[in-house]
Unconditional design. Structure first.
Length: 601
């Protein structure tokens, strides 16, 4: 085939806001994932009838005690009735294990109190799941009749194994007949950039590799909840973690501690140099219920307060609260999305009154805020419309031109969720190729499609409830899927100007070309979904000088179903080689089933 590139003329610039991430608490992405708390059900709120995820150690009986709550948010504590003088206490197995590696440090914190006569220290430790081996332990002293917060640091030895087959134990000896109460029991590993209540470093490094300009958060279905009562109610997700009740993530079937609360979502962006794209709850939940028009004003006010919490000065009511929560500096937010996938609301309330009420209030308070609608509306003109696509790789390959003929006179487009769905829990090479094809189309149309984000981002491989997810992890490790690497290539190797590029020939090849206006470097992305390698005759019309040497970064493998897994994380990863013989015309052969970015100097 031939690839004609109009290297002399820029069609339009590639917005600096283009590449983003979309996130929510799905597949234990946040709880038991990016938010690295290792104790499962730390605040005893996950189940009202029993202390799920906790088990007794030695001669102890454990139960939930609503009669001894820690505070008004955590309305029940863990009661441990000890019946022998031998070692007794409680254990927690974490989210599919507690990670242990040599010389690993953990920060322990918890609230405790005990009945009269309780004596001696509490021992906190990380040990093998069967209790046979202790990997790290420490004693805390001073447990008495009133709630008190305790902290300790644990460190494993140099000869500790690498395993997740471990548990966390709080125990005591010599306290037969006494009772111990515990709450908000936390075991925290080191965090990315050592931020307090921060995030999991390996996942953050994978995200950083994608250079996201924005993060669409906090959902998704997670934002909406199944019911109005189980929405992401942001005001309950801020402040000290022991004042956050948590809520059922009933969109995805587990308990969210809200340790990853609004501030942590915002700080996540900050740590990656990305801008939050804040999705506010808009009065519609997944079971189809929507807030009636006369009941909606407090929800609109909640959204305004939320924007103020994120962006307001410390002199504002909610900006002051943010400062008290440890972040005086306001975040910069230019995009607010009203709801999620409101096309599901068949009642017409989104167009009828919900979008208009949020839109008018946000625009009044923040005139330059770009307001995103989740479905077509006629009652107001949104700045941006959010389109979602979950399709097969084949569909993605053949629909890369979807936006080519789209009207340019309406709102701009955010493709706020999209994925080629093949492979589980993470996409295979074929899906990566579909994804790369799709991205070439979005990039070519980035005068209209100003932002894009693949979804979902994360899957704990033990909880793969959604078919394809970009990055997989377990308690110990994580990996990028082939699609992760394809997106990483495109997000890292591009110029700031989109230039014309047309492929003619066989193979169903999709292309996009960009040019860096400062260096003059040209990037050609060539996606070959076919089973044959394809020689591509490149003609760089109108270009100045092209050096004879460049690079080719190629993602490919023998079979389209080849993939990466937690145990084989680097089966399909890109390789960069030097290419020579380049000029204003040259021929380059792209392999079968491949994504190639040619960098021309
Ligand atoms: O990405 C998974 C889900 O797909 C999102 O929560 C929802 O917005 C969409 O239906």
């Amino acid at each position: 085939g031939t690839l004609s590139v109009d290297a002399g003329t820029s069609l339009h610039s590639l917005p600096s806001t283009f590449f983003g991430l979309m996130t929510e608490d799905i597949n234990h992405s946040m709880t038991g994932g990016l938010y690295p708390e290792l104790i499962n059900n730390r605040s005893m709120m996950a189940d009202a009838s029993k202390p799920v995820e906790w088990s007794a150690v030695g001669d102890a009986a454990i139960s939930l005690d609503p009669g001894n709550p820690l505070n008004t948010a955590l309305t029940r504590s863990l009661k441990v009735d000890i019946s022998s003088t031998a070692r007794a206490g409680v254990a927690n197995g974490g989210y599919w294990g507690v990670p242990v590696t040599p010389r690993k440090t953990y920060k322990v914190s918890f609230f405790a109190k005990a009945s009269a006569g309780f004596s001696g220290p509490l021992t906190v430790g990380v040990e093998s799941a069967d209790g046979a081996k202790v990997y790290a332990s420490a004693d805390v002293h001073g447990v008495g009749g009133d709630w008190k917060r305790f902290t300790a640091t644990l460190r494993t030895r140099a000869d500790a194994p690498t395993t997740a087959d471990a548990r966390f134990v709080v125990s005591t000896s010599g306290n037969a007949g006494r009772t111990l109460w515990l709450d908000n029991v936390s075991l925290f590993p080191p965090t990315y950039k050592n931020v307090k209540n921060g995030l999991r470093p390996d996942l953050m490094k994978l995200f950083a590799g994608l250079k996201p300009a924005f993060i669409r958060e906090p959902g998704g279905n997670y934002l909406e909840g199944n019911t109005i009562g189980t929405r992401f109610d942001w005001k309950k997700t801020i402040g000290p973690v022991w004042t956050r009740p948590g809520h059922p993530d009933d969109a995805w079937g587990y308990w969210s501690t809200d340790g990853m609360g609004l501030l942590e979502y915002l700080e996540w962006c900050e740590q990656l140099g990305a801008e939050p794209m804040l999705a506010v709850y808009a009065g519609y939940s997944l079971n189809g219920s929507h807030v009636a028009q006369d009941q909606l004003p407090p929800y609109v006010q909640d959204a305004l307060d939320e924007i103020e919490y994120a962006t307001g000065p410390v002199t504002s009511t909610w900006g002051k609260k943010r400062a008290q929560d440890g972040h005086p500096a306001p975040f910069r937010i230019r995009y607010v999305e009203v709801g999620n996938e409101d096309w599901f609301d068949r009642s017409g309330s989104y167009n009828g009154y919900r979008f208009p009420m949020f839109y008018d209030a946000i625009k009044k308070a923040y005139p330059s805020m770009q307001v995103i609608a989740t479905t077509g509306v006629t009652s107001r003109t949104p700045d941006i419309l959010d389109d979602h696509y979950y399709q097969s790789p084949g569909w993605m390959n053949t629909h890369a031109n979807l936006y080519d003929g789209h009207s340019r006179s309406g709102p701009k487009i955010l493709v706020g969720e999209w994925a080629s769905q093949e492979g589980a829990p993470t996409p295979d090479l074929n899906a990566a190729i579909g994804d790369a094809s799709w991205l070439t189309g979005l990039e070519r149309n980035s005068d209209l499609v100003i932002q894009e984000a693949y979804a979902p981002m994360l899957v704990n491989v033990h909880d793969d409830r959604w078919k394809t997810n970009l990055i997989g992890f377990d308690a110990l490790t994580s990996y990028g899927s082939p699609s992760y690497y394809a997106q990483r290539m495109l997000a890292n190797k591009h110029g700031d100007q989109v230039i014309g590029a047309t492929y003619t020939g066989v193979g169903g090849i999709n292309v996009v070309a960009t040019k860096d206006s400062r260096s003059g470097r040209i990037y050609l992305t060539v996606v070959n979904p076919s089973s044959a390698s394809q020689p591509v005759a490149v003609d760089l019309g109108g270009v100045g000088h092209i050096g004879p040497k460049g690079t080719a970064t190629v993602l490919s493998s023998a079979h389209p179903t080849d993939t990466n897994t937690i145990s084989q994380p680097a089966n399909v990863v890109p390789k960069t080689t030097t290419v020579t013989g380049l000029g204003s015309t040259f021929t380059h052969t792209v392999p079968a089933y491949s994504v190639t970015v040619l960098t021309l100097n």
